[in-house]
Design a protein around this ligand. Structure first.
Ligand SMILES: N[C@@H](CCC(=O)N[C@@H](CS)C(=O)NCC(=O)O)C(=O)O
Length: 278
């Protein structure tokens, strides 16, 4: 793993690394913010999963998260959203393939060779991060936006022992019931819809035993709200199971990082408060 950038911000360091990923079979780049407290001892770590078309830089440059991470003394890891490179299968569409890995393990060709973002986020990347002396691997949260909100919710629901806090901005709440999700799941996993349910937050809520409280923010003026995101389905699934959910509809906000930067401080506090108690 090679450090390719390091910039001081809010008293800490915004770093960027490049490495050869075993599970993705390609070279990957990710970013890590280390708050000033990391110089004194190990700090909790949050994983941020971005949405369609993003790499690690959208969050790092637009969310304004560093000042809140510095305030609360948490590190934030921002990975890319798919495997990358000329050898990796791709598609012309902006909502599928490179930039749109959907945080799953593809089973269908040609995608199965490289598209294994689930294992990258849950296993390979944490192994690299936890080897850093600045990181307290026992205190870990996960959050994300849109496709990354779907990733954060599904990964946390499936791995409650690995993540002690979770939140999402404008998540794709029910990928089995929206065009972005149906396209990705059919291509990556094939026609058997039963296999899709392992990557659908609403389906997972119905099965999970441990009830990690969910914080979700959603802009009311988000162009993708009605057709793609469907927070009402997550609300219904949580209500059915008595799963704790704080769903905040934020009037006038759209799908962009202007929205995320407006509430990122609340999310980082939500995670820091949960992780401090451990
Ligand atoms: N036209 C947009 C549509 C996709 C979109 O809104 N992507 C969201 C995630 S689903 C995003 O974070 N885009 C990158 C950015 O705003 O920096 C784009 O190409 O970025």
């Amino acid at each position: 793993m090679e450090e390719i950038a390091s910039n001081k911000i809010s008293g800490g360091w915004q770093k960027r690394y490049q490495h050869q990923s075993e599970v993705l079979g390609c070279e990957m780049v990710f970013s890590v913010y280390l708050p000033p407290q990391a110089e004194q001892g190990a700090v909790p770590v949050l994983y941020w999963l971005s949405g369609l078309t993003c790499n690690d830089q959208n969050f790092v440059t637009k969310a304004g998260a560093q000042r809140y991470a510095a305030e609360h003394g948490v590190a934030i890891v921002a990975p890319d959203t798919s495997p990358r490179g000329d050898d990796v299968a791709d598609d012309e569409a902006w909502d599928f393939a490179q930039g749109a890995g959907f945080y799953l393990t593809a089973t269908q060709q040609p995608w199965a060779k490289h598209y294994n973002m689930y294992d990258y986020i849950v296993t390979e990347l944490p192994a690299l991060i936890n080897a850093m002396p600045a990181i307290d691997s026992s205190r870990c949260g996960i959050f994300g936006h849109s496709m990354g909100g779907h990733g954060a919710l599904t990964i946390a629901l499936k791995n409650p022992d690995n993540y002690q806090s979770v939140s999402a901005f404008s998540p794709i709440c029910a990928p089995m019931q929206c065009p972005w999700g149906e396209k990705a799941l059919a291509n990556y996993l094939g026609d058997d819809r039963e296999s899709w349910s392992d990557y659908d937050a609403c389906e997972l809520i119905a099965k999970t035993e441990q009830q990690l409280p969910l914080l979700v923010d959603q802009g009311s003026a988000d162009d993708f709200l009605v057709e793609q995101l469907k927070p009402e389905l997550l609300e219904a699934a949580c209500k059915d199971r008595g799963h704790p959910l704080t769903l905040r509809m934020q009037p006038g906000y759209d799908h962009s990082y202007y929205f995320i930067s407006s509430f990122i401080g609340d999310h980082i506090k939500h995670h820091a408060d949960a992780l401090k108690q451990l």
